[in-house]
Structure formats: structure tokens, C-alpha cells
Design a protein around this ligand. Structure first.
Ligand code: PRX
Length: 659
């Protein structure tokens, strides 16, 4: 157990919402929360019917709320039809809100470009018309590999408008990862940019697409549409490559939204699991949109005059739900940021909050922890130097937040005035699941508090029975909810096995361990599988292992996580080479080579922080690698566990030494 989690469990401070937070809140006071939760509990079908009718605009109303005839393949609002982009854009323009700013885009170099809902709709329509003229239509799959930009939101919304299922690949993933996703999803179209601008540097994107398409299996891709972001030099394949501005040019500002079935796959987003191959998490249209919108309204207490800012990248689920879909469906004005929190200095976030008068700010614990450190090192970057009085709600997502970071955020950024919503959820859940409500829930630093109305979260043992309060167990969701994962693209068996194991009574298994305290508050303890959380990003240990063993020098590799003050967890790799165990400078050089290799195979986020070389790995007599021992060794702790089943105990000493 990490120190962070231990200190979390000893946390006793409680911060009830004050009058400023409860006044006029969407859900005001804990009683209002309980009432809504009770309505959902007593009559789930009626509750979801009411929400779906009140929140969404349907072209064909649904009659059936939930079809449970083939679990776990649930269908929500299954005979209804709508269009997601029309629900995010047209609804506002049609209702007199067209001149409201939808996005305030801030580029890496500080240039700000605002766009209204009317302009955004026109832009989406022009791009959709251009794509449709090229022959793409409902049911096709498009890969989007774009930097944070208005164009990324436009590309996603244009796909949604045409019923094209998008799969966004984070710009930090390598050409190899990109190719695997292109092949798995069966993409026929790729939308990318020449380069991305981050931290004052220009980084290539289009070359990674060119390389990916050469890696094989991508013959179905007919076009690569390229957004000219920097004007950097780009190789060009005539006939296949098209500039986005040419695709848009001359297209009409209107485009009839293609109505799709509620269950039509809006997108597929790849995430790491406990095997080497990432899973294509398939989401629906209506259920997903409903929950994106409702959670923006509830968790962020959305108001018409808010300036909302989620710092995530659209390459992750947070960017999908809390940038591209939820805030737009809620008609908010939001900041979209291209750059990094530390450029030109570590005060960038606070400077932007002050300049744009941000009211709701949503970021990751890892960003907070790194800014705590940075503002100690460079006092000019400390939040106290900025006018943060516009802020009213703060949020975190992606990993447990340790109470120290929580208190720092609360004091220095929230000025002890802003509630912090610590939102627990996953790529698979589509939206927030367990989270405080800013105008209702008393906060405890480090706890994601209580499940949202309609979410039947529980902690169970390995037979699916509820554990007693105070005991740890598996976090499950007992009943289906509208924005849940629908399938793993192309692998329904893996979907069933991974998320609905038969011994757990049909519950959705989140893959996290958790505990509940006497107030019913949830405390997330981290993953129970071989998935790491590095800077809020999910990484499968097997994924990194497969990358390592595909290197010509490597015979065997085992990867574990180690608690890290800044990134939450860090990747530690234990490697056996085909040749002799390297030492000294040679070991340093090979470790660098292997790190770069992993960056090329997966992406820089997967680079091991520490690589240790051994003559062998600690194994049981039957040949199984003993990872629990490696976790201890990675932490630099002495092995006190029973090693009697270990075939080669001497190896532990060798692996304890870093190169
Ligand atoms: O372990 C949990 C952790 O992140 C995992 C989900 O990762 P991903 O699908 O990439 O989605 C991240 C953004 C939603 C979870 O299984 N996690 C996410 N939020 C929290 C969290 N752990 C603790 N507290 C959270 N608030």
C-alpha cells in the first residue's frame, strides 16, 4: 500500500458545502441529493425515462427504456433516434443562444480564438459536408489524431453529425499504436494535423500517420485529412492526402444531421487492460450523451454564465465527455487549451484562469502535484500571484488525490471557498460515477464520496456478496446505467469476461479496489489488475512488457508500478537480456535504448522510469514470475515476504540495484 493511500485512510477532516456553494445549485443540499438518489433507486426505469425525455432532443422518441434481454449487452432507449451533434449545437442556435461563445481556444503561444455556437455549428457542417462528399457515411469509422484545437472538436462533432464512429488517438501515441488502432477499428478515414505545438516546440503528427499507414493492414484508409496547424513541412501522398481547409472550402454552412439509433456507436476509444492488447471501448449515442450532459449539470453545477475549463486532452475519455460532448450539450462557454501547464512557466494555468475568468476548473491530481512542486521552486508561479476570484468549483479526475495535494488545491487555488469534486469514473463508464456534488456533499479530502443518483456502486467480495462497512473489496456497479460501455470493439467475449465475470452475479466489475466508511463514502484504493496509473493515464504492464520483449536484445521482461510523488505511479521494468547482464555505462546506454524503444512502440508516456537488469527474474518453481516481490524490490524495500517458493532467491539482491 502506498504512503498516499495510507494517509488517505487516516483522513478525518470534513468540509461541508457553504451557503455560496448551495445557493441556486442544480442539486442544492444533501437532502436534494438523497431525494433524487431515492427516486432512481425506487423506480430506475421511470427515473431514466424522465431524464432522457427532459434532457435530450429526439427525432424519434423511444418507447423502451432498457432492454435487458441479452445481458451484459444492454440496450438503452433502443428504439429511439437522435443526432448527438444536433443535441450539442443546433439546440442552442435554434433557441436563441447562437451568439454565445462555445469555445475560447488558447494556443500554446497564448493566441486566443473565440468561436460562437453559431460559428461552431457552421464549421462542423462545412467539414461534415466535405467528408460526406468524399463518400464517407454512417457506419464508417474514422481515426482522429489531432492536437487540442477547435478543429479536434469540429472533427469529432462532424463525425457525430454523419453517424461516422470516431476513434480518437492521443497525439502522444506512436505510429505503431496508431496503426494498431487503425487496423483494429477498420478505419477508412484518418484526420490529423501537420504538427502540434506544445511547450514552445513543434512536434510532428502527420509523419506518424504516414509511418503507421506503411506498417501494414491499413489499405482500407482512403484519405488522410490534414489540418494545417503550424505550416511545418509534410510529405504528401497525392490522391490520399487532403488539406482540411480544402475539404471545407465551398461547402454549405448547413448539413442535415443524420439521425441514428440510440445505440449507434458514437465512438470507440482504446484503453489499456490487463493483457498486451488495448481494448476498444465502444460507447453508444443516446445513453452516453444523456450522462455527459447530466453529469456536467450535476457535478459542475453548470450555469449559463460559467466559463468552464477541463484541462484534459481529447485523446482521453475525459476530453470526450467533458470537452467535446457534455459542456457543449449543456451550452457552456469553455476554454480549450493547446499547451502544457508549465509553459512559458508553471503559472500558466492560473494566468489563464485569471484572464478568462474561469469559474469551473477540472484537472488531474498529477498536474496539481507537479504545480505544487513547481511553485515551491519558482515562487512567481505560485497561484497566490494571480487573481483566482472567478473560480467557484474545482475538480479532479483520473487517479486518487492524496490529502496533501487536495488541501493545497483547496487553499491556494480554491482559496478555501471552492468545493473540490473528486470524480471517480473510467473510460468504460462514459461519465462520472462516484463524485461529490458541489452544492450538496460534505467533502473529505481523498474520498470521491457518494455515487451519483442512478449509479448503484457497491463493494463486494470475490463471490459478489457485499462486504461489511470498513472492509476493502471489489468496486462494482450492480445495475446497468445509460453511458456504460456497450462492447469491446470486435471482441464480445473479452467484454463479457473482463467486465461481467460470472462469479460476480452480473455486476459490472470496475477493476478498482475500494473501501466504504461509516458515512457510506467511497475511498478508491487503486487497480486490482495489472493496470498502472501513470499521471492519470492507464497503462497495462503487459503492454509495456510486450514492447520490451519485441526489442532484439531482450529475452524477458517484467513490469510493475512503484508509488511516485508526482506521477502517482511510475513504471519499473526488470529486464533479462539475451546476452550477458550489462553493468556500468553499458547498462545505462542499453536502458536508454530500451526507453526510447518503448516510446516508439507505445508512446513517451509508457517509458519506464527505472530499468533494472538481471540474469533472471524471480520465479516460482513452476516458472511464474513473482510480481509481488518485484513490487517490493521496485520500491527499494527489503523483501520480508515468504520466498520459499522462489526458485532463485539470490536474484532479488541483483535486481535491487539500479544501474
Ligand atoms: O483506477 C481508477 C482511476 O483511473 C481508472 C480509470 O482510468 P481511465 O479509464 O483512463 O479514466 C480516467 C478518467 C476517468 C480507474 O479505474 N481513477 C479515475 N478517477 C479516479 C481514479 N482513482 C481514484 N480517484 C479518482 N477520482
Amino acid at each position: 500500500m502506498s504512503n498516499a493511500i495510507e494517509s488517505t485512510l487516516n483522513e478525518t477532516r470534513v468540509f461541508p458545502p457553504d451557503a455560496r456553494a448551495t445557493a441556486g445549485a442544480t442539486i442544492s443540499g444533501i437532502e436534494a441529493y438523497r431525494k433524487l438518489a431515492q427516486e432512481a433507486e425506487q423506480d430506475p426505469e421511470g427515473f431514466w425515462r424522465r431524464q432522457a425525455n427532459e434532457q435530450l432532443t429526439w427525432s424519434k422518441p423511444f418507447t423502451q427504456v432498457l432492454d435487458e434481454s441479452d445481458p451484459p449487452f444492454y440496450r438503452w432507449f433502443g428504439d429511439g433516434e437522435l443526432n448527438v451533434s444536433a443535441n450539442c449545437l443546433d439546440v442552442h442556435v435554434d433557441n436563441g443562444r447562437g451568439d454565445k461563445t462555445a469555445i475560447l481556444f488558447e494556443a500554446d503561444d497564448g493566441t486566443v480564438t473565440p468561436i460562437t455556437y453559431r460559428e461552431l455549428l457552421a464549421r462542423v457542417c462545412r467539414v461534415a459536408n466535405g467528408i460526406s462528399k468524399l463518400g464517407y457515411k454512417k457506419g464508417d469509422r474514422a481515426i482522429i489524431y489531432l492536437p487540442m484545437s477547435i478543429e479536434a472538436v469540429v472533427a469529432m462533432q462532424a463525425c457525430a453529425r454523419l453517424g461516422i464512429t470516431h476513434s480518437v488517438v492521443f497525439g502522444g501515441f506512436s505510429s505503431k499504436s496508431l496503426q494498431e488502432r487503425i487496423v483494429d477499428v477498420g478505419a477508412t478515414l484518418v484526420i490529423t494535423a501537420d504538427e502540434q505545438a506544445r511547450g514552445g516546440k513543434h512536434l510532428p503528427l502527420k509523419p506518424a500517420v504516414d509511418e503507421a499507414l506503411k506498417l501494414g493492414g491499413c489499405d482500407a484508409v482512403k484519405h488522410v485529412i490534414v489540418y494545417r496547424r503550424t505550416g511545418g513541412k509534410t510529405a504528401w501522398t497525392e490522391g490520399r492526402d487532403l488539406w482540411l481547409h480544402d475539404v471545407e472550402a465551398g461547402q454549405a454552412d448547413t448539413c442535415a444531421p443524420v439521425q441514428v439509433n440510440a445505440e449507434h456507436p458514437l465512438f470507440i476509444l482504446y484503453t489499456s487492460g490487463s493483457t498486451g492488447k488495448p481494448k476498444g471501448v465502444q460507447h453508444s449515442s443516446a445513453g452516453y450523451l444523456l450522462w455527459s450532459l447530466l453529469t456536467v449539470k450535476w457535478t459542475f453545477d453548470a450555469r449559463a454564465d460559467d466559463v468552464y475549463w477541463c484541462t484534459a486532452d481529447v485523446g482521453w475519455i475525459t476530453g470526450h465527455t467533458y470537452i467535446t460532448y457534455g459542456p457543449l450539450a449543456a451550452g457552456l462557454t469553455q476554454v480549450v487549451f493547446e499547451g502544457v501547464p508549465t509553459y512559458p512557466n508553471a503559472g500558466r494555468f492560473w494566468d489563464m484562469v485569471a484572464r478568462h475568468k474561469v469559474t469551473v476548473f477540472y484537472t488531474a491530481p498529477t498536474a496539481i502535484r507537479s504545480l505544487v512542486k513547481a511553485s515551491e521552486a519558482t515562487p512567481e508561479a505560485h497561484p497566490r500571484n494571480y487573481d483566482l476570484s472567478s473560480l467557484r468549483i474545482l475538480g479532479t479526475v483520473g487517479e486518487p488525490i492524496n490529502p496533501e495535494a487536495w488541501i493545497w488545491y483547496h487553499k491556494n487555488v480554491g482559496q478555501e471557498r471552492c468545493p473540490i469534486v473528486d470524480t471517480w469514473w473510467q473510460t468504460e463508464t462514459g461519465g462520472h460515477m462516484i463524485t461529490p456534488l458541489p452544492g450538496a456533499t460534505p467533502l473529505k479530502p481523498g474520498s470521491c464520496t457518494l455515487p451519483l443518483p442512478g449509479i448503484t456502486a457497491a463493494i463486494v467480495d470475490e463471490t459478489g456478496a457485499d462486504v461489511e462497512q470498513g472492509n476493502g473489496g471489489f468496486l462494482v456497479i450492480k445495475r446497468p446505467w445509460p453511458s456504460m460501455i456497450r462492447n469491446i470493439w470486435g471482441d464480445p467475449e473479452r467484454f463479457k469476461k473482463s467486465y461481467f465475470p460470472s462469479e460476480l452475479r452480473g455486476y459490472y466489475l470496475a477493476g478498482d479496489g475500494a473501501q466504504r466508511d461509516a458515512d457510506g463514502y467511497f475511498w478508491i484504493m487503486g487497480r486490482i489488475d495489472d493496470v498502472l496509473n501513470v499521471s492519470g493515464h492507464r497503462l497495462g504492464t503487459m503492454e509495456v512488457e510486450s514492447a520490451l520483449v519485441s526489442h532484439e536484445l531482450v529475452a524477458e521482461a517484467a513490469v510493475v508500478g512503484r508509488p511516485d510523488d508526482t506521477t502517482g505511479e511510475a513504471v519499473v521494468a526488470f529486464v533479462v537480456l539475451k546476452g550477458n547482464r550489462p553493468e556500468g555505462e553499458e547498462a545505462v546506454a542499453i536502458a536508454k535504448q530500451l526507453r526510447d524503444w518503448v516510446a516508439r512502440e507505445i508512446g513517451p508516456i509508457a517509458k519506464p522510469k527505472d530499468i533494472r537488469f538481471g540474469d533472471n527474474l524471480p520465479k516460482t518453481r513452476s516458472g511464474k514470475i513473482m510480481r509481488r516481490l518485484l513490487r517490493v524490490v521496485a520500491k527499494g524495500e527489503e523483501v520480508t515476504q515468504d520466498v520459499s517458493t522462489l526458485e532463485n532467491p539470490a536474484i532479488l539482491e541483483q535486481l535491487a540495484k539500479s544501474q
